[in-house]
Design a protein around this ligand. Sequence first.
Ligand code: NDP
Length: 461
Amino acid sequence: MSEQAVQIAYLVAGVLFVLALRWLSSPPTARRGVAAGEIGFLVAVVATLLRSEVVTYEWILIGLFAGSAIGVPLGLLVPMTAMPQRIALSHAFGALAAALVGIAEFYLRTPHLSKVTMTAIGVEVVLGALTFTGSLMAAGKLQEVLPQRPITWRGQNFVNLSILAAALALVGVLVADPSQTALFPVVIVLSLAFGVLLIIPIGGADMPTVISLLNSYAGLSGAAMGFAIDNKILIVAGALDGASGLLLSIIMSRAMNRSFRNVLFGAFGKVQAQAAEGVDGAVQTAEPDEAAELLKMARLVIIVPGYGMAVAQAQYMVRQLSDALGEKGVEVKFAIHPVAGRMPGHMNVLLAEANVGYDQLFDMDQINPEFPRADVAIVVGANDVVNPAAKNTPGSPIYGMPVLNVDQAQTVMVIKRSMAPGFAGIDNELFVNPKTMMIFGDAKAVVGALVEELTRSRASL
Ligand code: NDP
């Protein structure tokens, strides 16, 4: 394939990546966005493979089969609820690949490296190495093979930043004189160590924001790789990845009430999942038949899905509940909190899978003013995202996090299996609010029972 044709293919791929990001930002076009991204990558990979600089396909094929042997089972077998740690692993692999390419380039080309190339290789290896270990640590924390709690000590930020500064200073020395090859392994080791130290002080609850940030680092490492090996599509894809990961981190920090400065310096590990202190008050429980009676009389019902809906795979039942209520003339809206579930867009994906209409889904800012008008708010396996402590209890780990104002509805129905806390590990005073009825049980079973009650009464009419 001529070099000109390769560059045109890269341009097409770049345009597809931009379109993919554009389309992914809205649920109705998200599927198209995924397809555009996939086609873009296919075009970029095929064009690269057909480039004249490919000497032999032997190792490429081995890599292809080895990667597929790991990637396909990961894609098929890992449940949706474990997606954040799976994504962290993908970042780890991507960053490792970028770091290895940088290391290979250094040893192949030194000492004939221009300052620009050495700078690019330095950035690539530092970011790649720290993202590799950082992402492995993040995956380990989320999978709970490592302790979730933040581990902090005095002077931690100083030590961490000194290690990063030392790695960058050595890269500076290498830019000035690439023949100092003995320094390069030190840069690698310092960067690997920084990745571990960066994650140690961060609590499990903040891990999603960190993963998004590591995604950004992996992208920037890829962009630096593009400069190092003069590959334009890597620069484009890496820059898009870096920028979108950064934006997503900022959006998530806001949604979880973490200052982004804290995210960048890893100081937000101080946010400990405080031991549940217990909430005072009587818990009112209800059975599905009682709840169904109330629902039949409602005019507006707002359904708030959370992580428990994902665990129970209750989205199809929830859709049936919405349909059953709709048939009774009840208006049904879904309230989507930006960090409900365990990954950005988790609830949107599940509800789209169950064919809930996009026009029924409302973001937090849109739906919050509607709660006072709602007769019933049904909380399906959500906890932290509806916890009023975020508004009322200074000192709570989630204080300041924007939450869904379900407590403003006339009646709140909470469907979960027990009084157990959610991800942040704190109690929820909503459960003892006099307006609240707890309907204990697995989300799928309870919502199924509600649907049955509602449709049975329809059949008997
Ligand atoms: P939470 O984790 O706060 O609560 C989920 C609740 O679901 C639990 O209290 C649990 O209670 C209940 N549950 C679990 N299994 C079932 C089941 N089978 N049936 C019924 N209920 C069940 O979830 P939220 O969605 O409210 O909040 C998300 C939390 O996760 C936030 O703290 C957020 O910061 C964090 N986070 C968000 C990420 C994101 O990007 N979206 C990523 C990672 C973390 P019980 O055991 O009693 O049933």
